[in-house]
Design a protein around this ligand. Structure first.
Ligand code: ATP
Ligand code: MG
Length: 367
């Protein structure tokens, strides 16, 4: 297998490059904004030329949005890009949700925000809602909650460029990560439980508690249908709201996903390895994982040496630190609920208030 090119210069490509090295496969990265080629895990960019970019037989992505013009967009839309079909549908929440409707996969009730007044109508039909920019939002950006008392939704500015969703009183947020190879074979990780604060993922527990075979099957069927429809190769993730005994799809990520980072230490095949296997046409296998794993995101905090003396494995991305920016994560692997609680207690200073108590509630249902 020749070298793989990742479009994007962030941490996801970095972790793919680390994982691929174990198979002797080179993964280089392309930073579309800087028009630079980043060899492997190095951030010492070299100029990208048409000739060098032509050398990569398989192209994958670590994000959904690209500049409107230039090599990044051309490569994302090229035949060599395994996410090509997904990128034609997923970056726009309108086309993404329309595809889910077409596949018969349940989501929150939604409609486009086309003109002034649509928001008021949705509020009277559904009660509280969430307005989301059709494209470009992530980590809670480009999204506004609104109820009958109003909200700061810039309705006039985003008419035609946003959708409105009913606010779901979900019991839990869950996600599933899986992979599909070019032959159409698929494997999945167990459903995991995610906690978001202000739209940013803070904590993942893997596997989630109280998931029966029917719920896991519901998740795998949805992700399987989506990957097949998009003729996708590689790892993909779907975020869900659990509502009663069923799942509603929140959104799809055509890439390795933050809620799969636990698999680096918590499973025998990490999501990054699985992604490389799928791209390189190496055998897929269902990853085996231990009973109690957690991932804590490091958000807007400076690196501290004493982290390396605590329980768990620190992954630091080497990015500049800004409030609300994901700059690293910690993976914890435990043999029991008590052990996981004890390990997480080491990390209270980087966790949102109350996170450990919520995780204990979830774990209690497995004791
Ligand atoms: P990501 O960084 O995962 O791409 P995002 O900013 O694009 O996130 P969403 O995943 O759509 O946006 O929403 C972020 C979070 O906001 C969700 O995980 C959930 O906690 C909350 N949320 C979003 N939509 C709804 C909804 N319809 N009802 C209730 N909560 C919601
Ligand atoms: Mg999300």
């Amino acid at each position: 297998m020749g070298p793989i090119l990742v479009l994007g210069g962030g941490q996801l490509g970095l972790m793919m490059a680390e994982a691929a090295a174990r198979y002797g496969i080179a993964v280089d990265r392309y930073d579309p904004e800087g028009d630079r080629l980043l060899p492997g895990t190095s951030d010492l960019g070299v100029p990208a030329t048409t000739d060098t970019l032509a050398r990569y037989a398989r192209i994958t992505v670590e994000r959904e949005a690209f500049p409107d013009t230039g090599p990044g967009r051309e490569l994302a839309e090229s035949e060599r890009c395994v996410a090509r079909g997904a990128l034609a549908v997923i970056p726009d929440r309108f086309t993404q949700k329309s595809m889910l409707d077409d596949l018969g996969i349940a989501t929150a009730p939604w409609r486009p925000l086309d003109q002034q007044g649509d928001l008021g109508n949705a509020l009277s039909d559904w009660g509280p809602v969430v307005v989301k920019a059709r494209s470009g939002g992530y980590d809670g950006r480009g999204m506004w909650f609104a109820d009958e008392d109003g909200a700061d939704v810039p309705e006039a500015a985003i008419a035609g460029k946003a959708i409105i969703e009913k606010k779901i009183p979900f019991s839990r947020e869950l996600s599933v990560v899986g992979a599909r190879n070019p032959a159409g074979e698929m494997v999945f990780y167990p459903l995991v439980r995610n906690w978001h604060v202000n739209g940013i993922l803070c904590l993942t527990l893997a596997p989630a508690a109280a998931v029966d075979a029917a719920l896991q099957a519901e998740a795998e069927t949805a992700l399987g249908q989506i990957m097949t429809r998009l003729d996708y190769a590689g790892v993909m993730a779907v975020e869900f709201f659990q509502h009663g005994e069923h799942l509603l799809v929140n959104e799809i990520a055509p890439r390795v996903h933050n809620s799969g980072h636990w698999s680096q230490e918590g499973a025998d095949i990490s999501q990054f390895e699985l992604h490389v296997r799928a791209l390189a046409d190496l055998p897929l296998a269902t990853p085996q994982c231990g009973p109690f794993n957690a991932m804590v995101n490091l958000i807007g905090v400076d690196f501290r040496d004493d982290w390396l003396s605590r329980a768990g494995t620190v992954h630091w991305y080497g990015k500049s630190v800004r409030p609300g920016r994901k700059v690293g994560h910690v993976n914890l692997v435990a043999g029991s609920a008590e052990d996981l609680h004890a390990q997480l207690s080491d990390w209270l200073d980087v966790m949102p208030d109350g996170a450990l108590a919520q995780l204990d509630d979830e774990l209690n249902s497995r004791r």
